[in-house]
Design a protein around this ligand. Structure first.
Ligand code: FES
Length: 163
């Protein structure tokens, strides 16, 4: 069953679909005051201005995070505005710029996952390509509940790099 959790402030409601989250880490890497996997609930919208929250939600590469305005008129305007643009231009507007032939970079995050960005494909154990993304974080601590992706469990288990 697909679950969808929601988190609201006075202006917007943010939706999170855990089944579609591949833990690319964009949200908590860029806006930890709002998206904090160590906290319960892990999304608290009071941690930043609504505009900043929207910018980060729109950077989610799999759309596991989405939002709606609480005001129905504002929301209708947002939907029609977005419908007029293709997905690339929306991504560009919010600062996420997928590029052709973007070189692959692999970064080992201190005390955390391996962050992979750029043009790459992920194949499952049956050699099928998974959903194309431009960024993914891979578990390095061995405690994830969603192998092989980081789900934030390294925080819970206190995973530390050797000094
Ligand atoms: S590195 Fe994040 S859950 Fe393992």
């Amino acid at each position: 069953m697909k679950t969808r959790r929601k988190y609201s402030n006075d202006e917007i409601t943010v939706f999170w679909r855990p089944n579609e989250c591949i833990h690319a880490s964009v949200c908590f890497t860029k806006l930890y005051s709002v998206f904090n996997p160590r906290r319960h609930p892990w999304i608290v919208l009071d941690g930043a201005d609504t505009k900043v929250v929207i910018d980060i939600v729109n950077e989610c590469p799999t759309r596991a995070l989405t939002f709606m305005w609480n005001d129905s008129e504002k929301n209708a305007a947002e939907i029609s505005r977005k419908a007029e643009k293709d997905i690339d231009s929306v991504a560009k507007e919010f600062g996420y710029v997928p590029q052709e032939n973007q070189p692959v970079e692999i970064k080992i995050m201190r005390n955390g996952p391996i962050l992979v960005t750029g043009d790459f494909k992920i194949f499952d154990s049956d050699d099928c390509t998974l959903q194309p993304v431009k960024m993914v974080s891979l578990c390095r601590c061995g405690h994830t509940n969603n192998p092989s992706y980081c789900d934030g469990s390294h925080f819970k288990y206190g995973f530390r790099d050797e000094e």
